[in-house]
Design a protein around this ligand. Structure first.
Ligand code: HEC
Length: 202
């Protein structure tokens, strides 16, 4: 094989290599996936204010309970409490149903209605149902009392919870006093000099 022959072979090899590289390059130009960008529809994200959003987001934005209770509506609460009525009775001396009757539940000892089989979780929790605890429990029963028998998703909207609690408060011969707004408001916004004069609506 003379050098001319060798050159031909080398040329063929190089040519093949170049062709392979070149077509690879061209193929890359044609087929490289472009970043998808924002194809499709931008779905509206759920707004915490509008939809009730995540419980956490709502909880952060919620007014303190005493403030919410001061402006709560027993009437609206009565309506909202319809979703409890499948499991609870509200009238004085009412029967226990799937859940215990709820007459006088504000400040009532937890898990103490005679004749109702409470879950161990609720019995162990002990104490009484303060406004604040009702607020937390009703926001998400299963998170607040893990293991509770109350199969209820919770009320996301903070003001609706306050309305329901205001309704529960009304279910008593002598409704428990409302929590003081002054203190809670002063803690949250000390800059407002008018806040301490506000009286909770009775
Ligand atoms: C699907 C049935 C169901 C629904 C709906 C329901 N509950 Fe209950 N609730 C229960 C059960 C069952 C218990 C007992 C929980 C336990 O023992 O862990 C309970 C317990 C309670 C307690 C504690 C009572 C006590 O004596 O300690 C309160 C307060 C309460 N529910 C309020 C409400 C309110 C207010 C609503 C509506 C917003 C509601 N529940 C909706 C089933 C329900």
């Amino acid at each position: 094989m003379d050098s001319f022959e060798l050159n031909k072979v080398a040329g063929a090899v190089l040519g093949t290599l170049l062709l392979a590289m070149g077509s690879g390059f061209v193929a890359e130009l044609i087929y490289t996936a472009k970043p998808a960008g924002s194809a499709g529809y931008a779905l509206p994200e759920p707004q915490p204010e509008a939809a009730g959003g995540g419980a956490a987001a709502a909880a952060v934005k919620a007014e303190p309970l005493p403030v919410r209770l001061a402006s709560a509506s027993v009437e609206k609460g009565t309506g909202a409490a319809k979703k409890c009525a499948a499991c609870h009775s509200f009238e004085k001396g009412g029967p226990n149903k799937v859940g215990p009757h709820l007459w006088g539940v504000v400040d009532r000892q937890r898990a103490h209605e005679g004749g109702f089989e409470y879950s161990a979780a609720l019995k162990e929790k002990g104490g009484t149902w303060t406004y604040d605890e009702l607020d937390h429990f009703l926001a998400n029963p299963k998170t607040y009392v893990p293991g509770t028998k109350m199969a209820f998703a919770g009320i996301q909207a903070p003001q609706e919870r306050a309305d329901v609690i205001a309704y529960l408060r009304s279910l008593a011969d002598t409704p428990a006093p409302l929590p003081a707004v002054e203190k809670a408001a002063a803690e949250d916004k000390p800059a407002d000099p008018k806040a301490p004069e506000e009286k909770p609506a009775q």
